[in-house]
Design a protein. Structure first.
Lengths: 520, 468
């Protein structure tokens, strides 16, 4: 076992910004309107009914105090600056080269309604990146409007609506078929788009059976939405047959390529028969996820579905790039404008920085490294791989269970995650709902980390397994080396106690104090 | 075999021999072994056809910058574009903080390891709540239009009704998103989107038309303040009163940059408030700075119908210490899949941090000065433009930062005027002539704190010159 670092997170005991400052403190000053302006228009410009009378209760701090406060907050954020094998999110290096490029005024200070003649640079990047994704997927057209993977799933749902409406069959094709193991965004977005969701259960081999699929699809099925491999690391070898059966029933087939990292350059969604797919640029393509966006779900589809895409679509007319808004069959927009453009630029930069060989190598590494991780985890008593009867190598991530250790020690996957942070290791991803194995966790090795990093991560897991047996109370009360202790969870479901703003907190605290005084 | 056997700077295990060593440890004879789950006939046949790799940082940087330099931007040019994406001042500290790798990271994060990030999120909601005078602010969704869409669906869930009223003078970009969220009528749970007429003399909502459309089937009335075309909705409290009397929710869209001088929507009867996050310290980024907030009073029936992430302050196991975690986490799609409230996922949370820093820098006086500066210069612009022969400002003296400029009497189209302005380094307002608003050849101009009086005179003088 490698020596574990003696980690302790920065602990600044930082106040909430609302508590800081002093009357009249200033962090930003704006000039007064010019004399010409005041002469021309006066100063009483907001109609009385709409003029603000109160003074918003914001902090009054200096520029330096704001800088120092938020730097302290960043220092109290691990942000994967240790080792993170956070499954389903595919940890990568986010290139600062591309980050800095997007901060230049040539992109940061650009407006989406500028004349296209003034946008040829960014349009060329979007156009060429569309070409890269077409090659990787076999699809005919990509758009980038969706603000994340879930939004791309929603895009699929509304494209399916438009496709069936165009055929006069929207009232008949009302169902979306998926697996219980699909990411929650697939059933949730289909339901939000008005489809009835049909969930297929998993069979012993880890994926739903062809028989279940055959029984579920019919002339009511509008589409199927499926990922492959799934979050267990299991690849459904019957996926081509799935697509054939669904299409025989007339359904559209959407490939949720969230788990693309292990199959980049190896599979083509179109060659497998899918009509559409999505890639997460903030995950697989090296743009930062930033703790929850701005993100991009790149949505690609066949020529048959392309007329229904949200606008605009970036195309090329001779040597000129254009924004095509004139698409009468378009399903409508899922979000304003063209998408999170800087993230598209970063994804383009990632693809160029990797090249075809680099991309193929990254998928090799991510699957080999994951199997190395599995091999080492399998030697730690108390952990159990999902579907243990499956002996083949898993793909780029693997679902594990802490069930045996929990039975033995009472340490849950949540307790375990709390303790991981004490070693400067990002807590593991457990599982999306539903939890199919007891006390799940889902590591993913990826292509970023070194063997030493992966070894350290596993050594920390082994150490906490040991602690679970020798000092379970210490594990249960973790974290101990983080800026704050474990949260009391009672407030989060209690309307009398939850407080989503400082003003709500102050109000409830005053009420609570009042009650206490009353009791006393 | 790769032609370049050097290891890749972004992949530690690309070092020569590293994969082979790992394969040996796991007892696999080749890389192909670990892909054994994939049937042979699933592997792609078409070879990848990608542009050549730019593995050196130097070459990659050069490609990116060469391409981006083919853009024209609003710093080198004088831009009057707005309509949902606005050029505002971004303090340097905001760029520093959102660029911190702990925040601009690849990871989703956790409450155990990312306390500072969670606090910054809470501070976004807290400060925005202080501007709105509302107690609940959700972390932002993808965009303002998406926020409105979710808010309407919240109202529908709360009231069990299926009609929403929106201003006829709505932004077609946001309206397209709203219509997507409200669904076509064939779908179960669809909402009917019904436009409410504008008073042609002021651009404000026509209250008699509103009254005629309000009924016990209306889930929500939506309006913006300032509105799409820049007008200040002085009848806001009356609209909210009418909606409440009909049992409908009042959903308001506000520009947070206005809230230092304009009344807080929590004070005039708004039930659910939405708005753009981009004015709060986020660069335009060709629309990539979009984000939308949703806020409400702290009543359980509202809180239980939010779709996304609500960050609550909470005590920790250490006496006197507080931390931050997710309230009501089971009601969203992560917790309940298709039975959750709409759906959520990655959103625009980095912009919550930008907004937190921005609002802390401005404080109450900064917001007041900002609002006063914007409205003063915007009014100045309407005066100067009204004096340009043939040019007419529609509804002068009623707006915050945007206003409609009509060119009918010049005999020129907005497109032609904008082409001519562009030749002078000026981006004219958004062409709204084809938006079905019955405003002739008109453009929506935007003036913010970024436009000096001299900039505005330059616009007016250039227009005079090109319209001669």
């Amino acid at each position: 076992m490698t020596r574990l670092p003696e980690f302790h997170a920065a602990k600044w005991d930082e106040p909430v910004v609302m508590e800081m400052g002093r009357p009249g403190g200033r962090g930003q000053i704006f000039p007064a309107p010019e004399a010409d302006v005041i002469d021309a228009v006066g100063t009483d410009l907001i109609p009385a009914a709409m003029a603000r009378k109160d003074r918003p209760e914001l902090p009054e701090i200096t520029e330096f105090e704001a800088q120092r406060h938020y730097l302290h907050l960043s220092q109290m954020t691990l942000g994967m600056m240790g080792v993170s094998l956070f499954g389903t999110c595919t940890m990568k290096y986010n290139s600062k080269t591309s980050e800095y490029a997007t901060l230049r005024p040539e992109l940061a200070e650009v407006h989406p309604y500028q004349h296209p003649d003034t946008l040829q640079g960014v349009l060329s990047i979007i156009h060429d990146f569309d070409g890269i994704l077409r090659s990787l997927s076999g699809m005919d057209q990509f758009i980038f409007q969706a603000g994340g993977g879930a939004d791309a799933a929603y895009t699929m749902a509304i494209v399916a609506r438009a496709y069936w409406a165009d055929r006069g069959m929207l009232g008949q094709r009302t169902e979306m078929v998926t697996s219980v193991q699909a990411h929650p965004c697939n059933p949730a977005t289909a339901a939000a788009a008005g489809f009835k969701v049909v969930n297929l259960p998993l069979e012993e081999n880890g994926y739903p059976s062809l028989e279940a699929l055959k029984a579920a699809v019919s002339d009511k099925t509008a589409l199927i939405m499926i990922n492959n491999p799934d979050d267990m690391g299991i690849y459904n070898p019957e996926i081509k047959e799935w697509v054939r059966i669904a299409k025989e029933a007339g359904a559209l087939c959407f490939y949720d390529h969230a788990n693309f990292n292990g199959v980049m350059g190896k599979l083509s969604a179109r060659e497998l028969g899918f009509d559409a797919c999505m890639f997460m640029l903030h995950k697989t393509f090296g743009a930062p996820k930033a703790g929850g966006g701005p993100a991009v779900g790149a949505f690609g589809c066949s020529d048959e579905l392309a007329p229904y895409l949200p606008c605009p679509v970036v195309t090329k007319d001779g040597s000129r790039y254009v924004l095509d808004e004139d698409r009468p069959k378009s399903a409508g927009k899922v979000r304003e404008y063209w998408g999170n453009v800087p993230q598209v630029v970063k994804a383009y930069a990632w693809a160029r920085g990797m090249g075809a060989e680099g991309i193929e190598l990254a998928s090799d590494i991510s699957v080999v490294a994951n199997n190395y991780m599995d091999m080492r985890l399998s030697k730690i008593p108390g952990l159990e791989i999902s579907n243990p009867e499956i002996k083949t190598h898993r793909m780029e991530m693997t679902r594990w269970s802490l069930g045996p250790l929990f039975e033995e020690t009472g340490i849950s996957t949540v307790d375990f995650a709390n303790r991981m942070a004490d070693y400067g290791i990002d807590p593991w991803w457990m599982s999306h709902e539903p939890w199919i194995v007891a006390e799940p966790f889902t590591p993913e090795a990826g292509e970023l980390w070194s063997k030493e990093d992966i070894d350290l991560w596993i050594d920390v897991v082994a150490k906490i397994v040991e602690e679970a047996r020798t000092d379970p109370e210490m594990v249960k009360s973790a974290p101990h080396n983080q800026p704050v202790s474990q949260l009391k969870g009672d407030v989060f479901e209690d309307p009398a106690k939850w407080a989503m703003t400082w003003r709500a907190y102050k109000r409830k605290k005053a009420q609570g104090d009042g009650v206490n005084r009353g009791v006393a | 075999m790769p032609t370049d056997t050097r290891s890749h700077p972004w992949m530690a295990l690309s070092a020569p021999g590293a994969i082979d060593a790992m394969l040996a440890e796991i007892g696999a004879s080749s890389v192909a072994d670990v892909f054994e789950q994939i049937p042979d006939d699933h592997f792609r046949k078409a070879p990848l056809d990608l542009p050549p790799a730019l593995t050196s940082e130097m070459e990659l940087r050069r490609d990116l910058i060469t391409r981006l330099k083919r853009n024209e931007d609003c710093e080198a040019n004088l831009s009057f574009l707005g309509a949902g994406v606005w050029q505002h001042h971004v303090p340097a500290i905001v760029d520093e903080i959102v660029g911190r790798t702990e925040f601009a990271t690849n990871v989703w994060g956790s409450y155990q390891s990312d306390h500072g990030r969670n606090q910054a999120w809470f501070e976004f909601s807290s400060q925005l709540g202080a501007l709105l005078n509302l107690d609940v602010v959700q972390l932002p969704v993808y965009s303002w239009g998406c926020a409105i869409g979710h808010a309407m669906r919240m109202a529908a869930r709360m009231t069990g009704r299926s009609k929403v009223l929106v201003p006829h003078l709505s932004d077609p970009e946001r309206l397209s998103v709203i219509r997507t969220y409200c669904q076509p009528s064939e779908m179960e749970g669809s909402l009917e989107v019904v436009p409410v007429a504008a008073d042609p003399t002021s651009g404000r909502l026509d209250l008699s038309d509103l009254k005629s459309k309000l009924g016990d089937d209306v889930a929500a009335v939506y309006f913006e303040n300032p509105a799409y075309l820049g007008t200040i909705e002085t009848g806001a409290a009356e609209i909210a009163k009418l909606a409440r009397a009909a049992g409908a929710e009042t959903i308001v869209g506000v520009d947070p940059a206005s809230l230092g001088v304009m009344a807080a929507p929590g004070d005039y009867g708004a039930d659910i408030v939405t708005g753009p996050v981009q004015p709060l310290g986020v660069h335009m980024q060709c629309g990539g700075g979009a984000g939308g907030f949703i806020a409400s009073r702290d009543e359980e029936r509202y809180v239980r119908t939010y779709n996304g992430f609500l960050v609550s302050i909470a005590e920790t196991q250490t006496e006197g210490e507080v931390g931050f975690g997710l309230a009501c986490p089971h009601q969203n799609s992560y917790g309940m899949r298709e039975d959750g409230n709409d759906w959520t996922g990655n959103s625009t949370y980095l912009w919550a941090i930008a907004g937190a820093v921005y609002m802390s820098l401005l404080g109450p006086e900064g917001f007041r000065e900002l609002g006063q500066l914007i409205v003063s210069r915007a009014r100045y612009a309407t005066k100067l433009l009204n004096d340009v022969p043939g040019v007419r400002v529609v509804w002068p003296d009623t707006q915050f930062k945007e206003f409609v400029v009509n060119f009918d009497d010049t005999g020129q189209s907005v497109a032609a005027v904008n082409d001519a302005l562009r030749a002078h380094g000026i981006f004219g307002g958004k062409d709204i002539s084809d938006e079905g608003l019955n405003l002739g050849q008109s453009a929506l101009y935007c003036v913010t704190e970024m436009h000096s009086a001299a900039d505005i005179r330059r616009l007016a003088n250039t227009l005079k010159e090109i319209l001669q």
